[in-house]
Design a protein around this ligand. Sequence first.
Ligand code: FE2
Length: 367
Amino acid sequence: MDRIDNDFLPINGTDYVEFYVGNARQAAHYYQAAFGFQPLAYAGLETGLKDRTSFVVAQDKIRFVFTSSLIPDSPIAEHVRQHGDGVKVIALWVDDARKSYEETTKRGAKSYLESQVFTDKSGEVVVSGIHIYGETVHLFVERKNYDGIFLPGFIKWEPHYRPASTGLKYVDHMVGNVGWGEMNTWVDFYAKVMGFSQLISFDDKDISTEYTALMSKVMANSNMRIKFPINEPAAGKKKSQIEEYLDFYRGPGVQHIAMSTDHIVKTVTALRDRGVEFLQVPETYYQTLADRIGKIDEKIGPLEDLGILVDRDEDGYLLQIFSRPVEDRPTLFFEIIQRKGAKSFGKGNFKALFEAIELEQSKRGTL
Ligand code: FE2
């Protein structure tokens, strides 16, 4: 993709992802125990907050924040009532949060948070924010004058319990599900308001199985560190997985977060041992794998045992696997991905994968 000249919204990377949940303490424990996140920071009653509590965990460059309400009537409590546990904030790491806010709001973004400066003894952080699809928001986080543990107001969280990492390194991409006919609205939003470009060669047409269908386009920022595929449902014989999501999440929201690893077999073995449940594709997927993708470094046996999928594009190949939804509602799930040159998103796996998802949907009675 051509680099955009005069990039009006330079982004260094994903700063953090914040989930609004029913019980932040227990959610943080799950991500420690199952996914190998390390405790990082805490804010709550002990730090002077009266209405909410947040636990921050980290693994290499990935930071997750779990926030829950301590009172019945608050935006956090209402968010959880409506959506169940889910992603509220996709925070983007920028060098200038004020400019990020001005450039995006003047291009039509709806304001969520005017630029605000937060300070403590470790320095200052400037934060601003805009609304995106559903009730999800982007925060722009400028932390160049800050060397504290996370953000002002947070203290170090140092519990005894520290299960080992599972080798997850950074957020590769985050996918949004939007409503019928809204994909292009959000593609335009990311293009016009945020200066993103569409990765033209992938997924840009109907994806369908015998029963269900969806459409997807991928938007990326100029340095490609931020990649947001946007899905909308498409008409099929039965209810698509995107519609199921929209029904249970009660609107658009983040569908999955893809996290990268350098050793997918090791990572997925550890995750599975620690209780993360993955979708299984039919055995037949592996019988024809070598013919479809050619030579790869990995042995097929362990990939088949774990259910890891492989796809190839003109730049190389990738290995990927998808978890079952990690909430009670069939909403958010995770992807584990290892890229060996490939820059795409596993289009060759969509059919096998969606058939596996439909099997799960039929068990839930939502196909
Ligand atoms: Fe993905």
